[in-house]
Design a protein around this ligand. Structure first.
Ligand code: EPU
Length: 318
């Protein structure tokens, strides 16, 4: 089902953005900056202005024998950036290959895959303050990064628009191959390019292509639960997969919880739990926003009833 926004605006520079915010009243006009919208679920028409970055420049700001600092504007397609760094012989972004979206949104969402999060590569984030039009540069620490979290989704939500990100990539090999069977797939003595190829193969085999089947990747975050709760659960489900987050908290794969609720393939209207990766909800072609919302609620209810775990959506509902 199609939904509509009142207006769509594109900006090519920081000055474009400043002029835009000088013209509109931020307190009365809803403005939603988006990348490719790959993590958004529009539940109804958007009564406001959607802003999309057309800023796509990229240049080296500094380099040594060990590393290279790249300033990348917000509208660069994330996977183009990954491909480019690998072609430049730089290490760091290869595990994040093929994640949909653009650079600005990646820094908001702290995208992650195969043991790497984008925060591990970020040096600073350049923004424009919607209220004053001033440039504000956040250091990586200022961004308050956590699992699929940043200050731009938290206490400073709706305040700053990201215009560029400075990444630090390594010139010397520093691969992360310890997630699942990535090390096997990447082959012997892999280069960043081998790892990128392996990640792309794994993602294509597990995740539906958003160009063919509308989807937002993982619909929920993997829950982090108290150790005591985990100990009770593992007593009942000895095969419960888990990763220790710290001494008192354990991360559980949401996909396993959903599968154990026998929800693989479950369909409401045109929305379905993806058979090969139940953390993903796919649009089978004719889903309404309501189908997706209802299916996600059903998943939450079933998982909460069986495991006493509240799944938190990773997808943003608009
Ligand atoms: N699992 C099942 N059944 C399945 C699939 C998976 O039980 O059908 C369990 C298995 O125990 C498996 C575990 O889930 O070992 C983890 O599965 P997977 O490696 O596919 O990763 P995930 O935890 O489900 C996370 C990210 C993905 C990212 C992958 C790889 C979140 C919310 N999701 O998924 O990110 O690609 O790890 O690093 O953290 C995204 O955010 O959109 C996204 C796709």
């Amino acid at each position: 089902m199609n939904v509509f926004a009142s207006q769509w605006g594109e900006y090519h520079s920081e000055d474009d953005l400043r002029q835009f915010f000088a013209r509109i009243n931020c307190r009365t006009t809803a403005v939603l900056p988006i990348g490719q919208g790959s993590n958004l679920l529009f539940t109804k028409n958007f009564e406001g202005i959607i802003l999309h970055s057309q800023m796509r420049k990229l240049h080296i700001v500094d380099e040594t024998a060990d590393y290279c600092l790249l300033r990348v504007e917000s509208g660069v397609v994330w996977d183009d950036f990954c491909g480019l760094t690998v072609n430049m012989g730089l290490y760091g972004a290869e595990n994040l290959s093929l994640i949909p979206g653009e650079v600005g949104a990646a820094a908001v969402q702290n995208i992650g895959a195969y043991g790497v999060e984008v925060k591990d590569l970020i040096m600073q984030v350049e923004t424009i303050d919607r209220l004053s039009g001033a440039t504000h540069i956040f250091s990586q620490v200022d961004c308050d990064y956590g699992y699929r979290h940043s200050i731009f989704k938290g206490s400073l939500k709706d305040r700053y628009i990201i215009t560029a990100v400075v990444f630090r990539l390594s010139k010397t090999p520093c691969l992360r191959l310890d997630y699942g069977d990535l090390w096997q797939r990447a082959g012997k003595n892999p280069t960043a390019s081998d790892v990128r190829r392996a990640v792309i193969t794994i993602r294509r085999s597990k995740l539906p292509d958003p160009a063919l089947w509308g989807n937002a990747g993982s619909f929920f975050k993997n829950p982090v639960i108290e150790l005591a709760h985990f100990e009770t659960l593992v007593h009942t489900y000895p095969d419960l997969p888990h990763f220790f987050a710290d001494d008192n908290h354990v991360k559980i794969p949401a996909a396993w919880l959903i599968e154990r609720c026998a929800l693989k393939g479950k369909r409401i209207g045109g929305a379905a739990v993806y058979e090969h990766q139940p953390l993903v909800i796919v649009n089978c072609g004719d889903a309404t926003p309501n189908d997706v919302v209802e299916l996600s609620q059903l998943i939450r209810e079933r998982v909460a009833a069986k495991f006493r775990i509240d799944l938190v959506p990773e997808v943003c509902f608009i």
